[in-house]
Design a protein around this ligand. Structure first.
Ligand code: FE2
Ligand code: FE2
Length: 301
């Protein structure tokens, strides 16, 4: 924690020491947002000429993916689901969670980067501007609150990153899939068949995805929001499925029915970053009322 009372998911000032020692920091990204910036590079909108994505990816982002792919094992995912699924960390209102997340300050330039609350509101305001239902707007506002995992001490690779199933073969559609060779699960023959430990068509609810802010927030909000919202929250980082079409052999009818909602949400998640910063205090009364429509005063985190 620094003198301003803010905490960081990075290790400011220590990365050069780690490098000098030949060790790798668990927080290679100067800002968690750099993963999302990288998604924009990988999934640009239109008018993009062919780019050699892998040649241009920043070294810190590449190192982040390496750590993510090496460390997200089935045992790790099960342990984190048990730990955080108990919702025993805190009791907070949704707004308090937004303010708590806002104490997360990365190493990147605070003058040019929007705060975490501003990112959330840019997403929700874009959804609102398109006339979507109130639960959808609220989902936009809340979808990244699971990043408070960083403030609970989790390394970046356990908070963000494209998610993917563990316990079955890694798809080559996953970004930097070559890094999976170093994952202990790569040596387990049963985990490297097409279905692995799962039944074909079992549905993603029965599949363990790599752990991160999606799964954690799903557990927090699952009793309060409609199923479409829960899919958006739980699978918004599951790019191998909703953008690359991988793992459809594990999906069930409900997953297929919900996929268009996840894709619709992704549009706002990725492409709502605009230069104009939302006026958080002016918008707050609207959002407090929206939150109260779906949530009690305090919920468990
Ligand atoms: Fe996210
Ligand atoms: Fe997001």
């Amino acid at each position: 924690m620094d003198k301003n009372g803010t905490r960081s998911c990075a290790l400011p000032g220590y990365s050069w020491i780690m490098e000098a020692l030949g060790q790798t920091a668990a927080a290679p990204l100067e800002s968690l947002d750099h993963w999302e910036d990288d998604l924009l590079e990988r999934y640009p909108t239109q008018d993009h000429k062919f780019r050699d994505y892998k040649a241009e990816v920043r070294p810190s982002v590449k190192e982040f993916y390496r750590l993510n792919h090496v460390n997200q094992t089935l045992a790790f995912v099960k342990a984190k689901k048990a730990e955080y699924g108990a919702l025993g960390k805190r009791e907070m209102s949704v707004w308090e969670a937004m303010e708590f997340l806002n104490t997360l300050v990365d190493d990147s330039d605070p003058d040019t980067d929007a705060t975490q609350i501003e990112h959330l509101m840019q997403t929700s305001e874009a959804i609102r501007a398109d006339g979507h239902p109130r639960w959808f707007i609220l989902t936009g506002l809340m979808h990244d609150l699971g990043k408070v995992l960083c403030l609970f001490g989790e390394p970046q690779w356990a908070v963000v990153g494209d998610t993917f199933p563990v316990g079955c073969r890694y798809s080559d559609k996953i970004v930097f899939s070559e890094f999976f060779a170093e994952n202990p699960g790569f040596q387990v023959a049963q985990f490297q068949t097409e279905n692995g430990i799962y039944e074909p068509g079992c549905g993603f609810d029965k599949v363990h995805l790599s752990y991160g802010h999606d799964e954690y927030l799903f557990g927090v909000v699952k009793d309060y929001l409609p199923i479409e919202a829960l899919y958006m929250i739980r699978y918004h980082s599951f790019y191998p499925w909703h953008r690359e079409g991988a793992y459809s052999h594990l999906a069930n009818d409900q997953d297929r029915a919900m996929m268009p909602w996840v894709i619709e949400f992704n549009k706002y998640d990725l492409y709502s970053k605009v230069d104009e910063r939302p006026n958080v205090e002016r918008l707050r009364p609207y959002y407090e009322e929206l939150i109260a429509e779906f949530f009690p005063a305090k919920i468990r985190w």
